[in-house]
Every structure is written in structure tokens, then in C-alpha cells.
Ligand binder design. Sequence first.
Ligand code: ZN
Ligand code: ZN
Length: 363
Amino acid sequence: MTPIHYLRRRNRVLSTVADSGLDGALLTRPVNVRYLTGFTGTNGWLLVTAEEVFFLTDPRYQQQAFAQVSDLSIVIAPRGLAKGFAEAVINSGMERVAFEPHHVTVILREQLEAMVDVEWVPFPMLVETQRCCKEAEEIEAIRAALLVSEAAFQEVANGLAPGQTEIEVASDLELYCRRHGAESMAFETIVASGSRSALPHGVASTRCIEAGEPIMIDLGCKIDGYCSDLTRMIWCGGMPSRHWLEVHDIVNAARAAALETIGPGIAAIEVDAAAREVIQDVGFGPAFVHGTGHGVGLEIHESPKVSSRSNQPLEVGMVLTIEPGLYLEGEFGIRIEDLVCVTEDGCECLTTLETEPMLRGTA
Ligand code: ZN
Ligand code: ZN
């Protein structure tokens, strides 16, 4: 990402708030500040106005700010960002300024109102809406993170044997990712074996994997700040039951139906309905306890949601997961998760791993 990318993004924010008759926007949510500046620290604010762009941080991040956002007016605020902000904009002439209501706390809002004499206007999803549609460089970073996750899955699944604990498997996956370019994991790795696979979010436990068991693995890592997300099923030792394979086929058919439906202008709810219908038709409706997918980018869960409550129309460049799952308490759960990018004529599946279950140590 270059300074031009960040400038274009900030200009889009500026024109959005200008359309609502506002003089500027104060961005405080770290992931949005990163999106608009490239600053990767945890304490930075951005004030975007037509005249000037201020970047505020505390002395811990002074060096980093001058390295990462040297194109902006940097304010180092040793007595807190709110104070630094008030001093920087005291004579700016601004009258109405947007803020991020889902991030600014009640206390911070009171402080801002007391210190800066402007009208503070809540502007929900100001940056998140723009972040939905990815630029080519963002898609490449997501693809790179996904490739590493897929390679980790293949490498670790190939070596998987009964007797390992879920945590051992998770740490092997994570070590592989970090050794192959991931800066961190995107979320806590899920390795859920046996009946624990019926937990939709069964993060790895000390449970020992036994022969003749299913394992759900859901992992993702980050490259250049961008996340990947991948779920596949493994059967460890012996042959899976016909019942398990049938349920796997149903989930896979639901995944395929959702992928078929995706395209620009299609509402997210229609994609969810396509997957849900396949599962409902065979009587498993109540066991599909979550939405079909979610947007992925700088955050592992971001807009758009692909659920039965999301009317958001899909647009070219959106990157989303498709991850139907069935959870049969006391038995097992199955989820298959792909990552796709919406294109002019449908979608491109970024995930390259086959969707069939991996059979390990089959006699
Ligand atoms: Zn996942
Ligand atoms: Zn996911």
C-alpha cells in the first residue's frame, strides 16, 4: 500500500462527510486509522478536514509515526490524545465534525464536548462501509494469507496422528504460519475433535485425539494486516461412518449453492438463503446455528454479514467467507469454509484446497 492509496481513501471519507454538510471527521478506531494512514500502532487518531489532516499519537509512537505517516501533520500528545486534539484544532473554524459512535466511549464524548466547541455528529460505519470493497492489493494480501493457511493445513493434517492433543495440532498450525510469513494468527485457532466438533467455536483444548474421530480445523493468519479464514474437516484413523459422510455432503452442497448465488447486486440474505435451503430441505435446519458468512479484510469479521438478517447488496471487490455448518450435539459438527471475492460475473473462490474431507491414517 502506498501513500496514494491512503490519500484516496481519506478523500473518500472527506467527500462522504462533506455530502452530509460536515467539516471533517475524527477517526479513533485503530483499524480504521490504519486503513486511512498505514499506521500500525494501537494509539493514533486521525482528523480529516479539507484543509489539513492531523495525526495524533502519544510519545511511545513518535518514531513510528514519523516513519509511517510522514505525509500528515503529526501531533505528539503526551497528556492524552483528547487534549492534544483540542489544542491542535482550537482555531480551525470547524463547526460540525463526524465521529465513530460505535467506538467513542461515553466518557470520551463528554471530554471532546467539553474541550472542543464544535457539533459532534455520530457517523456510523463511516470507514467500514468503504472498507467492504477491496482494492487489488488488499485482495492479494488476503490471498497470500490464505495460501499460508492452506499450506499449514495440508502440512499438519498430513502428519496428524491419534494421540496428539488439539493444542499440539493448533500450535503446529500456528508455527507453520509464522514460519511462512504470517505476522500473527487472525483469530484463536479452532481444532475440535470427536464430539467437540459440534461446538461451532471449539478452540483447541487439551483433549487427546483418538483414532476413528472427526476433527474440525478452522484457522486464519495475517499478512500485511489482512486476514485469511479457512475451515476443513479431517477424519483421523479408519473410515468415517456413512452418516458423517452424508452430513459432510449436505454441508458441501450448501456451500456450493451459496457460491452459485453470489454476484454483484445480490443481497447477502439471498446467499444465506441458498445455503440454508439445502440444509432445511433435508431436515437439519435447526442445526445450522449461525450465518453463512462474513466479510474479511483487516478484521476477521467485518461487513458485509452474510446472514438471514442482512439485506446488504453485494458489490464487486467484496471478500467474504461462505461457511455453512451443522452441529449435532453429542455426535459431531461439520463446517466447510471458503473465502471468495465478488466479481463482475459472480465470484472467484480464493480458497484452493479441495472441499472433500481429508482421510488420515485410513486402513
Ligand atoms: Zn473460520
Ligand atoms: Zn469465518
